[in-house]
Design a protein around this ligand. Structure first.
Ligand code: ATP
Length: 377
């Protein structure tokens, strides 16, 4: 096992006569502790795969450095780094059976056959692909190939595991099962793992810590709950958690009590309840963005300690007991709310939601605005 440290890592893919150079990764500093399961999550193109390819030694960084178990990675060949990577494209040898694919690396290293056999069968059992061991990749489904590729890495027992969207080809029930399997496997054998995904639910379910990347930078790295409760920026707040946060632009004003006043004609006015003003009043004056997860009280009775906000319903997506309801305020701010008793909720009607001041945040304006104040008391 090994600690993996990235220090100001950058990668620019050189341009050509027809293409400009691409800055794929910009000064990424991040640390995966020995035995930690670290998930890198972010939108497509923010450089997640590039980071893994640099750690694996498949690309050379343009700037910065990587250390694996305290050793400078530049001094190690890709094989000498002893990291195993699961690619989005699986990269299984097509002429070998699943078993042979999984046993390939330890056989090359001359490890005892019986030991290899036990590890192959254990990994296959853990990932539910025992029945596929005698088949070649061409005779397997995409989901089975993905699990064989993952099992192959586990059999290698590397110092660190690099997983690039390892569950992306599984259907929803298999994906949920594979998440649970991965978590249990890691608990049993805590290999340092860097897992890349664009699915925030997967990140929250699996990560000891989650690193949220935006196209601009590493926004925040922390435990799933710290990202949820204390997002460092509007980008993190909008990316993490279900339902997503709603954001309303406006200003904090002091008029008797403290008020959040939405920008635009007909903007809502939310009174910050007494006892919560302290966390917000530092932001009185300049334009700010209020971020919150809108809720409707299950019993329909508004809570005096929360801020009521009404919006016009546009769409209702039933989820079962709850529904996800989207719409907009009178001044046009988009709102998404999780609604428990949603039978009477319909497009064209207005709905009252509550904003809990304890879980509301203020951000600087703009999509990457830093959190100013608010959050946990
Ligand atoms: P996704 O979730 O879609 O896989 P990602 O966050 O993993 O995205 P990367 O694959 O690391 O992103 O790509 C980052 C940027 O670098 C993208 O703009 C991509 O087009 C570019 N890029 C990646 N590989 C190369 C390459 N070999 N040559 C030129 N540009 C590249």
């Amino acid at each position: 096992m090994a600690q993996v440290t990235l220090d100001n890592l950058g990668k620019v893919y050189p341009g050509s006569r027809r293409h400009a150079p691409v800055r794929a990764l910009d000064s990424l500093s991040l640390d995966a502790a020995d035995g930690e399961y670290l998930v890198l999550v972010g939108p497509s193109g923010c450089g997640k795969t590039t980071a893994l390819r640099l750690i694996a030694g498949l690309e050379d960084p343009t700037s910065g450095s990587i250390r694996i178990a305290g050793q400078a990675a530049e001094s190690l060949s890709p094989a000498g780094r002893d990291v195993a990577m699961v690619f989005q494209s699986y990269s299984l040898y097509p002429h070998m059976t699943a078993y042979e694919n999984m046993a390939f690396a330890p056989r090359l290293r001359g490890e005892p056959r019986r030991d290899i056999d036990a590890r192959v069968r254990e990994a296959a059992r853990a990932l539910g692909v025992e029945d596929a061991l005698h088949r070649r990749p061409g005779q397997l489904s995409g989901g089975q190939c993905q699990r064989i590729a993952l099992a192959r890495c586990l059999v290698r027992r590397p110092r660190a595991l690099l997983l690039d969207e390892p569950l992306s080809n599984l259907d929803a029930p298999l994906r949920a099962a594979a998440r649970a399997d991965l978590k249990a496997l890691h608990r049993r054998d805590p290999t340092t793992t860097l897992h890349v995904t664009h699915d925030q639910g997967e990140a929250m379910a699996l990560g000891d810590r989650v690193a949220v990347m935006s196209p601009a930078r590493l926004e925040q790295a922390g435990t799933p709950m710290s990202l949820h409760r204390e997002p460092a920026s509007r980008f993190v707040a909008g990316f993490i958690g279900t339902p997503a946060m709603s954001f309303v632009e406006g200003r904090l004003e002091r008029a008797g009590g403290l008020w959040f006043v939405e920008s635009g004609e007909g903007g809502a006015r939310l009174a910050i309840p007494a006892g919560h003003e302290g966390r917000f009043e530092g932001a009185v004056g300049p334009p700010v963005v209020l971020g919150f997860r809108a809720r409707v009280p299950a019993d329909g009775v508004p809570d005096a300690a929360r801020m009521p906000l009404s919006f016009l319903v546009r769409t209702v997506e039933p989820l079962g007991d709850d529904a996800e309801v989207r719409g907009e305020t009178g001044a046009g701010s988009p709102i998404v709310a999780r609604v428990p008793a949603w039978e009477g909720v319909a497009p064209g009607r207005s709905l009252m939601v509550e904003v809990d001041p304890r879980a509301a945040h203020l951000f600087e304006p703009g999509p990457f605005g830093r959190r100013l104040t608010g959050g946990s008391p």
